[in-house]
Write a protein that binds this ligand. Structure first.
Ligand code: UGY
Ligand code: MN
Length: 248
């Protein structure tokens, strides 16, 4: 029998590892017939929110974006998404970026569908328009080598323009592939493992990580990862970008 007092989850002031064994469901107004796990939010000290929605029969997600933009990614399953007056079908690996000031409705969601969301307060930039709604498919996004290492591939899902103040990327590591350095940076991350396993180093502590786990890394949380096992490790992650770095 599993000992229920054990978990790989850990929550620190500058990072967290959240494995699904500790999930407790939240009720989110407008998101019906589903379980919602709020994995990262400002109560932790983060500047983003990350949730995972798992649909039951008859699930619908209805709401409007206000100060925060929302990125919705279908981890598995199928749904129909209407953003203002545009409707598209979304299935595994497809996504929609919803800018501020839009209404959204997800319906016709297959039971068991899992949808990941990243939310960030949008910071306007003088001289640049607020981004438009953007539907996309990760399988159509090229995955060039990362920093010249063929064991690492990086897909950038959102356009590389200053209008966007957030990035969402998918990072694939062949088994044995690893980050070429310990990253030490101001940008924050939220991430979800989509496939595989490996070892993450967070602030000089070492954690085994696998599909289904999430990680929050605060600014300057030092980070490094190596993939292990029989299949590539894949994670989707959020990063804040493109804005002036200081209030001073
Ligand atoms: O974009 C990044 O900062 C990325 N290389 N970080 C990470 O995967 N932990
Ligand atoms: Mn990083």
């Amino acid at each position: 029998m599993e000992i229920s007092a054990l978990t790989r989850s850990v929550v620190k002031s500058n990072y967290a590892v959240i494995s699904p064994d500790g999930y407790i469901n939240s009720n989110v107004p407008g998101w019906t017939n589903c379980t919602v796990n709020v994995i990262i939010n400002e109560q932790m000290g983060a500047n983003l929110c990350q949730t995972l929605i798992t649909a039951k029969e008859g699930c619908t997600l209805t709401g409007s974006t206000k100060a925060s933009q929302i990125f919705f990614y279908v981890v598995t399953g199928k749904s129909k998404a209407t953003i203002s007056s545009t409707t598209q079908e979304l299935k595994t690996g497809q996504f929609v970026y919803v800018p501020i000031g839009k209404d959204y409705v997800f319906e016709g969601i297959e039971e068991g569908t899992q949808i990941l969301t990243f939310h960030k307060v949008y910071e306007k930039l003088k001289g640049y328009d607020v981004p438009e709604t953007l539907f996309g498919d990760a399988t159509d996004v090229p995955g060039p080598e990362y920093l010249g290492d063929p064991a690492l591939r990086l897909q950038v899902l959102l356009p590389d323009t200053l209008s966007f103040d957030m990035a969402v990327n998918i990072f694939t590591y062949d088994s044995g592939g690893h980050l070429p350095m310990v990253e030490t940076h101001i940008m924050e991350h939220g991430l979800l493992y989509l496939q595989g396993q490996g070892i993450y180093m967070l602030d000089h502590h070492w954690y085994p990580i696998k599909k289904g786990d999430s990680i929050w890394m605060a600014p300057y949380c030092q980070q490094w990862f190596t993939a292990m096992g029989k299949e590539p490790a894949v994670y989707i992650y959020y990063k804040n970008i493109n804005r002036f770095p200081t209030k001073i």
